[in-house]
Design a protein around this ligand. Structure first.
Ligand SMILES: Nc1nc2c(c(=O)[nH]1)N=C([C@H](O)[C@H](O)COP(=O)(O)OP(=O)(O)OP(=O)(O)O)CN2
Length: 136
């Protein structure tokens, strides 16, 4: 089994705010991340796929094609967007790094060829905070 990773990048605005809670409870839970006028992050997205190497190409999968799939199905929906407002697949969800990593998996996995499996979505929200999601 070979694991292959592509690093992509996007930036987006969000807030951590549960609309079912009072402003005070949100402030107590999320602090400055609950600021109603949003804040932004430069996200780094590591997409790792796994499978067998094709003898003819020497590739598990062409990383340029992987990059294009990520661009079409993920980055174009997230980059320079407000995660709470603009992104259909985040609607009704808390816009945490955990939920965003899971949602990115759900967006991307169905578009990979059958012989290639998604292994991990690793999403850095800041240089010091990241989530890894393995699909379960
Ligand atoms: N479990 C989670 N906890 C937190 C998340 C999250 O997605 N999952 N997100 C946040 C905020 O979005 C917040 O903006 C994180 O940024 P920040 O506090 O600036 O992060 P750093 O620790 O990297 O920066 P410092 O300047 O060192 O504080 C909060 N929690």
């Amino acid at each position: 089994m070979v694991y292959l990773t592509r690093l992509e990048h996007f930036n987006a605005a969000h807030k951590l705010y549960n609309p079912n809670w009072t402003p005070e409870k949100n402030e107590a839970m999320f602090g400055k991340c609950a600021n109603e006028n949003w804040h932004g992050h430069n996200y780094d997205l590591f997409v790792t796929i796994k499978g067998q190497v094709n003898e003819d190409t020497g590739f598990l999968f062409d990383v340029k094609k992987l990059s294009e799939l990520i661009k079409v199905h993920v980055l174009e929906k997230l980059d320079h967007k407000n995660l709470n407002i603009d992104v259909d697949f985040m609607r009704g969800k808390m816009c945490s790094t955990e939920n965003l990593a899971k949602a990115i998996w759900e967006q991307l996995a169905p578009h990979l060829p059958e012989e290639v499996k998604l292994h991990c979505i690793k999403l850095y929200e800041t240089a010091r905070i990241y989530v890894e999601y393995f699909g379960e």
